[in-house]
Design a protein. Structure first.
Length: 201
């Protein structure tokens, strides 16, 4: 469950356009990037997250055709705050806890959908099953970093953040097999929230 989804967040109304005409590459800060999810257990929403997420971002608000996002979520890093449940979720009945079962998302296009609102269309892969999905996201903002703070932040000159959400049906990806394919105990819809923070030198 992808939770490929609220994508990068920070404040302002537009991003800086690359003078070369090429889109801007951003360095994603994994310590301030989060992929979380929620699913119903009977009537109770159960929340979890993936602790290891890698995101590559090329972004230019004025050049969306060349902008691109790619993410890899490491399934073994699933964390619901319950060790027994997490171990079960790593089994083949659910996600399968191997690198070959990592969740990935690669955008094929990004288009505007409102003020600071966008949709990333792309291929979401879970358990080796690929589905084309639309991931709505918003630019929370972009901010210049004061010169006095740039050295401590690795030389970054500006920082940006996005936030994305989507809902997927776990059954579409074969997540929860056998008796767990039923939805009376564990619901079918998984709400995914993605937050990403990135910087540029």
């Amino acid at each position: 469950m992808f939770t490929i989804a609220k994508l990068i967040a920070i404040a302002a109304t537009s991003l800086v356009v690359s003078t070369s005409g090429a889109p801007d590459a951003w360095t994603v800060d994994s310590s301030h990037t989060r992929v979380g999810f929620s699913i119903r257990h009977f009537f109770t929403p159960i929340e979890g997250r993936f602790d290891n997420v890698n995101v590559a971002l090329t972004w230019d608000r004025e050049n969306l055709a060349a902008s691109h996002v790619e993410a890899r979520i490491q399934v073994p890093s699933i964390n619901t705050g319950n060790a027994k449940r997490d171990a079960h979720l790593r089994t083949p009945e659910w996600f399968g806890g191997t690198a070959s079962n990592d969740i990935t998302f690669k955008s094929t296009s990004i288009r505007p959908s409102g003020s600071a609102q966008f949709i990333a269309t792309g291929d979401l892969v879970i358990k080796g099953i690929t589905r084309r999905v639309d991931v709505p996201f918003r630019l929370i903002g972009i901010q210049e970093i004061p010169e006095s703070m740039r050295a401590m932040l690795g030389g970054a000159k500006q920082v940006a953040s996005f936030e994305a959400t989507l809902t997927v049906d776990r059954r579409t990806f074969g997540v929860g097999t056998g008796r767990w394919a039923e939805t009376g105990v564990v619901g079918s819809d998984v709400d995914i929230k993605i937050q990403v923070e990135a910087s540029q030198k």
